[in-house]
Design a protein around this ligand. Sequence first.
Ligand code: MG
Length: 166
Amino acid sequence: MVPCRVGHGYDLHRLEPVAPAGAGRPFILGGVRIEHERGPVGHSDGDVLLHAVTDAILGALGLPDIGQLFPDTDPAHDGKDSAIFLQEAARRMRAAGWEVGNIDMTVVCERPKIGPHKQAIVARISHILGVPAANLNLKGKTHEKVDAVGEGRAIETHVVALLVCR
Ligand code: MG
């Protein structure tokens, strides 16, 4: 067996004005609360980055995806801290004999700017996963003002995770 496995995660959430003006939840990205007038619409806390990291790890393991493990039809997941989903993926990863080699993450949104929050987000994901921050990388991109993401109506994430044999 090859002593490493790769997984890919993708997610997108609609962004709306934060309640009560709209259906947006407070803006939380990678487990970090960021002040922004719009926020993700979602069943859990809508953390589009933790969802993609969770799916990347689950994908590398060949396990069912985040939507299958934590259905958005389950009222128990309403407003739930997405760190719980990621920690469950990490638990399953270690139980199966794997560890994170490195994770590369890209967030695409017009605003807020990701740069000023990069360090805090990486530190938070490092803590949630129990993986050194040096093995996590985060990039912020815009969508050049076109389409829903570029018009600030959505945010999307792409994540690649490499797992190595423990
Ligand atoms: Mg999601």
